[in-house]
Design a protein around this ligand. Structure first.
Ligand code: XMP
Length: 517
């Protein structure tokens, strides 16, 4: 597809995917590439503009991430963000030093007239997160914004179309960030903003038919948004030549396995295979309480159940398809959780693993590999996948396994599924779910004393967790109105056997995480 492309050159910052998302929101196609990318490869993209991301390094240090300096000779507009701004200034002859204190948080910013600030009011509010600072600009550059602590909050060389911002325009905490990025890609780089999803389905279906011919395709369906939309696309392209394998390990939400099965067998033309293996999972998880061990066991068992089933079907004459999306495959030295290189792994995610060596396929098909989540959802809606599936909140691979603290048993799963069902039902009825990024119940593993009539009870404590977030790297606990919490609490304690107390989790991330385990 020949399209206008903006390249985001990645220096390891934590918000890099957000930069690309914002560019795509301006209807401009955009790819993220590592800063080590060869200059010839960069030229092949024929970019209309380049954005340097932030990153954890210090430009004046030997081992700091660098980019081939010939990038400044391409005649292409460049926007440097945070580390990217420092790097551009440093390479072109300016001076960057370590500041005495880290500047972190929202700050008032004063801006001068510049193309990059067109239509943006001043003073305004931006998010700063840096320790180093620019103290001298290269020749031909001028300061275009300042904050109380940061004399070079933004700079430009209008003739060369080089811009640098010390703050982070990609996060919502910079109130004018979206407009600034739009000004860069549309105004300064001259992109037309015509990257649309409309033609994506037709083009992809045609390409899939050509690639697959009359061969078979096997797809692992988790019931999540990505694999569901991939299944929808493939079903439209090849109908019954698609086989979807859905492993139900018994750790999904109440009735979810049946819902997924009904959706795909009724609405789409395909072969649907459901592997029910709750018993095996419970057996393997008996007596296990450590969160990481639980994750590993669930991951391993899922992998085994899935591939054991597929082995019976793949005869070396089929393609394997998966719902990989763009953020899953961006090379950037970061783990799946977006932790920067070198940081400790806080939780192990098991969603992506290699295909076993002894299973041979004609090739791997990833029809959504260039799309961000919002774009995947847009495709899903257009394909007629039910709203409930397309807008499904994220659900962790290990399922309710990481929402039951301590040992997992069938009884605890039943209690948690029933409580969580009530929460979701209430939130759907009163419409408050649209304000939340993720919400669910947790089986806390604590028991508490209560009263029921004249009797003393000693039963389970269920926690409600609800967060708002843009990217799940940070999250705020949701301020759900008390009336709603009261209704949920009443219903759970009345309707779910074995629960006598409900608590509401008021921890943000950090220091908490979204899930409890
Ligand atoms: P945390 O708990 O790390 O969650 O703040 C951030 C987001 O990731 C989801 N999550 C997982 N997803 N496998 C997954 O596929 C996992 O092991 C896992 N752990 C957490 C979590 O639901 C939230 O959306």
């Amino acid at each position: 597809m020949a399209k206008e492309t903006i390249l985001v050159i990645d220096f390891g910052g934590q918000y890099n995917q957000l930069i690309a998302r914002r560019v795509r929101e301006a209807s401009v196609y955009c790819e993220i590439i590592p800063c080590s990318t060869d200059i010839e490869r960069i030229k092949e993209y024929n970019p209309k503009g380049i954005i340097f991301t932030g990153g954890p390094g210090s430009v004046y240090e030997e081992e700091a991430p660098k980019v081939d300096e010939r990038v400044f000779e391409l005649g292409v507009p460049i926007l440097g963000i945070c580390y990217g701004a420092q790097l551009m200034s440093h390479v072109l002859g300016g001076k960057v030093i370590s500041a005495t204190a880290r500047e972190y948080g929202q700050f008032e910013i004063e801006m001068k007239s510049s193309k990059i600030f067109e239509g943006i009011s001043t003073p305004n509010v931006c998010l700063m997160s840096h320790t180093d600072k620019i103290v001298e600009l290269p020749e031909g550059f001028r300061v275009i914004a300042t904050t109380a602590n940061c004399p070079v909050a933004a700079y430009e060389n209008e003739e060369k179309k080089f811009y640098g911002v010390q703050f982070h325009p990609e996060v919502n905490h910079t109130r004018f960030g979206k407009e600034l990025l739009k000004n860069f890609v549309l105004g300064i780089c001259g992109c037309s903003g015509d990257w649309k999803m409309d033609s994506f389905i037709d083009e992809t279906v045609t390409a899939l038919r050509e690639q697959i011919g009359d061969k078979q395709v096997i797809l692992g369906l988790s019931g999540g948004v990505d694999s569901s939309v991939a299944a929808g696309l493939l079903s439209r392209a090849i109908g019954k030549n698609l086989t979807c394998v859905f492993v139900d390990q018994g750790l999904m939400r109440k009735n979810e396995g049946d819902f997924v099965e009904q959706t795909f067998t009724k609405l789409f033309d395909m072969n649907f295979v459901r592997v029910n293996c709750q018993k095996v999972f419970l057996e393997k998880l008996k007596g296990v309480t450590d969160p990481e061990r639980k994750r590993h066991i669930i991951g391993d068992e899922f992998y085994n159940a899935f591939w054991d089933e597929i082995k019976t079907r793949a005869g070396g004459d089929a393609f394997f398809a998966q719902g990989t999306i763009y953020p899953d495959r961006i090379e950037s030295g970061k783990g799946k959780l977006g932790k920067t290189a070198g940081s400790d792994v806080i939780k192990t995610h098991h969603n992506q693993r290699e295909i076993p060596k002894d299973i041979k396929f004609l090739g791997v098909i990833e029809p959504l590999k260039d799309l961000f989540k919002d774009e995947v959802r847009a495709v899903g809606e257009k394909l007629g996948i039910p709203h409930e599936l397309v807008w499904r909140q994220p659900f962790p691979g290990p399922g309710l396994g990481v929402r039951i603290i301590g040992e997992i048993t069938a009884e605890k799963i039943r209690i948690l599924q029933d409580a969580d069902f009530v929460l979701r039902d209430e939130m759907a009825k009163n419409g408050y779910e649209k304000n939340l990024s993720q919400f669910f119940c947790v089986f806390t593993g604590s028991k508490s004393v209560g009263v029921m009539g004249d009797h003393r009870t000693y039963e389970n404590v269920i926690a409600i967790r609800a967060v708002t977030t843009d990217d799940f790297m940070t999250a705020d606990w949701a301020r759900i109105p008390y009336d709603i919490l009261a209704a949920v609490s009443n219903r759970i304690t009345n309707e779910v056997d074995g629960v006598n107390r409900i608590v509401y989790d008021i921890t943000s991330k950090p220091p908490g995480t979204v899930e409890w385990e």
